[in-house]
Design a protein. Structure first.
Length: 107
């Protein structure tokens, strides 16, 4: 199951140094809801090596503003406490997201 990122916990999770994937989403966003099972599946598959979770834009916004998230869904990738240049916007397939996670791990 994917983690739930909030403005209260996300900075600490990123700062842990573990690779992090954040899915910026909203309940009213059809593509976001459609991608949810994929995010959950990847969170389970990479539970030991990557913190993968969801950041609900209806309830949170500090990180979204800081990272300039303008479209949903958007996935951002962090490693060693820093945002990387990796980014996916729009609905994505399992294979596409998995490839980006592998790219993140290789950084």
């Amino acid at each position: 199951m994917a983690l739930t990122f909030t403005d209260e916990n996300v900075k600490d999770i990123i700062a842990s140094g573990k690779p992090v994937v954040i899915d910026f989403w909203a309940t009213w966003c059809g593509p976001c809801v459609a991608m949810a099972p994929t995010i959950d599946r990847l969170a389970e598959e990479y539970a030991d090596s990557v913190a993968i979770g969801k950041y609900n834009m209806d309830e949170q916004n500090d990180l979204a503003v800081e990272c300039r998230v303008m479209a949903l869904p958007t996935l951002l990738f962090f490693k060693n406490g820093q945002k990387t240049s990796l980014r996916l916007a729009g609905s994505q397939s399992y294979d596409t997201i998995k490839a980006k996670i592998e790219e993140l791990l290789a950084l």
